[in-house]
Design a protein around this ligand. Structure first.
Ligand SMILES: C[S@@+](CC[C@H](N)C(=O)[O-])C[C@H]1O[C@@H](n2cnc3c(N)ncnc32)[C@H](O)[C@@H]1O
Length: 285
């Protein structure tokens, strides 16, 4: 497969692709995301607003596959539910215009569960049907893939060839301790005042637990509803960015440019893909 990785972020789709194909071009407007992508994958994504990329440019890459994770805020449980009317959906709407003109042979889109039944889902389904293509709407969570993390997501898998659902793994989640750094960063520990203020709404886990909640982009700033916090003998701490990366299934050695703050690292990870789940979705093609 020759792949266009759209809204490429940290390059989660590139990791999930394995030897199924090759990313011939990636696009993302975020400089920190592109710097992290370049550090880990070698190639630097095109730093472009996707809504302004013309069909001729996309076609010039000769890719028959589009893999994409458009912004999920318009479809999030805690978002504004504006769907296609949200300005952050402009690039997705543009891609749907391009799809109408010249659809790829394969497309896989990842998003939050709220995407299902949204106006964006309806638009994509209309485009797929208009070209007589096949579609599978999959839902999966990494907690079924051996990872102690909840991150339920939808994958819309589209192909010119018929598609068949594949069995979903039922691997028991490993304990969190398997994902922890060998050396703790003491700066991750929370101050007693912070705990006293927020502990009623926070989610606490221990190293032997086999679960954690979804880490969102605001994990570096927020304490409630942003991800789990680890209780150790020393106190309560955040998971480090490398620990969150492991919980997403990113490869060992995944790293960030040194200049990126902790908050930005968490924001990039909060946007990220769970790699084994995305790989399973790709195996449907
Ligand atoms: C949900 S994240 C995708 C994460 C990615 N799948 C990964 O593995 O990290 C969405 C990404 O789209 C980028 N983005 C959002 N709107 C964009 C636009 N209009 N043009 C280009 N990139 C955009 C953001 O910077 C962000 O990195």
């Amino acid at each position: 497969m020759r792949v266009l990785e759209l809204f490429s972020g940290l390059g989660g789709w590139r990791c999930a692709l394995r030897n199924l194909g090759r990313v011939v071009a990636a696009y993302d407007v975020s400089e920190p995301a592109n710097a992290t992508y370049a550090l880990n994958h070698g190639d630097r994504p095109k730093s472009r607003e996707i809504a302004n990329v013309p069909l001729a440019e996309l076609a010039s890459h000769g890719a028959e596959t589009w893999l994409m994770s458009p912004p999920c805020q318009p479809f999030c449980r805690m978002g504004n539910h504006q769907g296609l009317d949200d300005p952050r959906s402009r690039a997705f709407r543009h891609l749907m215009d391009l799809f109408r003109e010249a659809p790829p042979d394969y497309l896989v889109l990842e998003n939050v569960i709220g995407f299902l039944g949204s106006d964006a889902h309806t638009l994509l389904t209309e485009r797929i049907r208009a070209h007589g293509m096949h579609q599978l709407d999959l839902q999966a969570c990494p907690s079924r893939f051996g990872l102690p993390n909840q991150r339920p997501r939808v994958f819309i898998v589209t192909s010119r060839k018929p598609l068949h659902p594949r069995p979903m793994p039922e691997l028991p989640p490993r304990p969190l301790v398997d994902f922890l750094d060998a050396e703790e960063d003491q700066a991750l520990y929370l101050q007693p005042e912070t705990l006293a203020r927020y502990h009623y709404g926070m989610d606490f886990v221990e190293p032997r637990d086999q679960r954690s909640t979804c880490f969102i982009g605001g994990y570096g700033r927020r304490f409630v509803g942003s991800g789990s916090f680890l209780r150790t003998e020393r106190g309560v701490r955040r998971f480090s960015p490398t620990e969150v990366a492991r919980l997403l299934g990113l490869p060992d050695g995944f790293s960030f440019p040194e200049a990126l703050s902790l908050e930005v690292r968490y924001r990039l990870l909060g946007n990220g893909l769970s790699i084994p789940v995305a790989a399973w979705a790709l195996d449907h093609l």
